[in-house]
Design a protein around this ligand. Sequence first.
Ligand code: R5P
Length: 309
Amino acid sequence: MSPKPGTEHVVFSMPGNERQAAALCRALHAKAGKAIVRHFPDGESVVMLQEDVAGRDVILVCTLDHPDAKVLPLFWLAAAARENGSARMGLLAPYLPYMRQDKVFRAGEIVSARHFAALLSGHFDWLVTVDPHLHRIGCLSEIFSIPTVAIRAAPAIAQWIRNEIAAPLIIGPDEESRQWVEDIATRCEATAVVLEKDRLSDTAVHIAVPTLPRAGDSTPVLVDDIVSTGHTMLEAARRLREHGYRPPVCICVHALFAGTAYADLCAVAADVVSCDTVEHPSNRIPLAAWLAAGVQAEADGLRNDPARI
Ligand code: R5P
């Protein structure tokens, strides 16, 4: 992959994103920028740019799980780059948070996805991310005022399934997962099934099972974009067992795994696998090449929203 002629990206890694930032530098032949990001003893964030960014395009790499603690240092580093004369400034955030808060579910709540998008739009010139949770919000341009590229993890997940699982049955736990499940099933030449989910609370879901194909020799592969508490995957796995299926392979894009979710899921699943948008022991599907392609597409002006890479 060659960078756009005339652009000279400097890539900064926010703490914890060093591996993805290094891969991006290799793919784009970009320079790794030096900066210190730390906290004063009272908890305030402090950044120190140690790189000449004047006139240069800057990319900050920061996946945004646990976003509240990450965004302020991120904004400070973006401000430091701007104050030191950077040209265009992009954010590569493999996981984009707050997207599930896409509706006022109960009076008094807010559509946080809109506010978060407005915040990021105020600090960056573009955003590249992976499979944002687009449900009631149809595409990122509905809420972002900057160009965005949303990379699909489906091709990489489908490739992993083709390599690792002989007779997969691709199963989505809820209607929202249909977009990933049908794409992946098509790519794997497998059957897709979508279950029905009713969310009762943060930590309780009810999953109903429509007519399922005969279990036979197939391996059930549960696919979802996010695993947070794990209850969606856990309940889906339990329903499949009740219908005579063997323990499923559980695959997600964004491995948030709150509390004991990972251990709980490992106890009922044949395997638990994730893409590497959020660092986690389950990461087995690397997306570095796709992330670099997304950044290059943005640099080439090939923004793809509402369509996606
Ligand atoms: C929402 O519909 C998402 O696609 C996931 O299904 C959801 O975030 C999973 O959450 P949890 O692991 O807490 O059940």
